[in-house]
Ligand binder design. Structure first.
Ligand code: MG
Length: 170
C-alpha cells in the first residue's frame, strides 16, 4: 500500500484482523525523525478507539524504540531480529494476539514481510517513508526488493489477463 493511513478500522475488521504489529522506521515515521507525523498519531488513536491492538516490532535497539513507544503509548518489542520470526512471535505472546487475526505492517520485504510470513501472520507492505535517509545496511536490500516486487507485478498481471493460475513447469 502507499501508506498505513489507508488502513482503516473497518478494513482491518473486513480482513479479520484485530491485532497489528507495526514496524517503526520508514513505516510509522521517517528514519531520522524523532517524532511521528500528527496524522500518524491520529491514525493510531483511531485504531485504539476501534479496538485494534497495536504493538511496535522493530529491529532497533531497546533504548531508542522505547522512547518512541512511550511517546506513542504503545507496547513494543525491540531487537526483533527480522527477517527471523522471533520478535513477531514475542510480540504476539505479549499482546495475546492469534496468528490468524494478526497483521505485520512494514516497509521492507526482506525484514517485515519475511518475518511475518515465517510467523504465519498476514503481511501488509507499505511504501517506505523517505528511504534515502536509511542507513546503508537497509539501503542495500532495496534493489533485490524492487526486483522481487517487479517480478510479482508481472506474475500477477499475467494471471489477471488469463484469469487462470500459472501453469506448473513440467
Ligand atoms: Mg522499516
Amino acid at each position: 500500500m502507499e501508506s498505513i493511513l489507508e488502513l482503516t478500522v473497518d478494513r482491518f475488521r473486513e480482513l479479520g484482523i484485530d491485532g497489528v504489529l507495526l514496524d517503526l522506521d520508514c513505516t510509522l515515521k521517517r528514519y531520522r525523525e524523532t517524532d511521528v507525523r500528527p496524522e500518524t498519531g491520529q491514525w493510531l488513536a483511531a485504531l485504539k478507539a476501534g479496538g485494534i491492538g497495536c504493538c511496535i516490532v522493530s529491529n532497533g535497539r531497546n533504548h531508542r524504540i522505547e522512547q518512541f513507544a512511550d511517546k506513542l503509548g504503545l507496547p513494543f518489542v525491540a531487537n526483533a531480529l527480522k527477517p527471523f520470526p522471533f520478535g513477531v512471535r514475542r510480540a504476539m505472546a505479549k499482546m495475546g494476539f492469534q496468528p490468524a487475526h494478526t497483521a505485520m505492517i512494514g516497509d521492507q520485504v526482506f525484514a517485515d514481510v519475511l518475518a511475518g510470513r515465517w510467523a504465519g501472520v498476514m503481511c501488509i507492505l507499505v511504501r517506505p517513508l523517505h528511504p534515502e535517509e536509511e542507513p546503508w545496511f537497509t539501503r542495500i536490500k532495496r534493489t533485490p526488493e524492487r526486483l522481487w516486487l517487479a517480478w510479482l507485478g508481472t506474475r500477477d498481471k499475467g494471471r489477471s489477463e488469463t484469469n487462470e493460475p500459472r501453469k506448473r513447469k513440467t
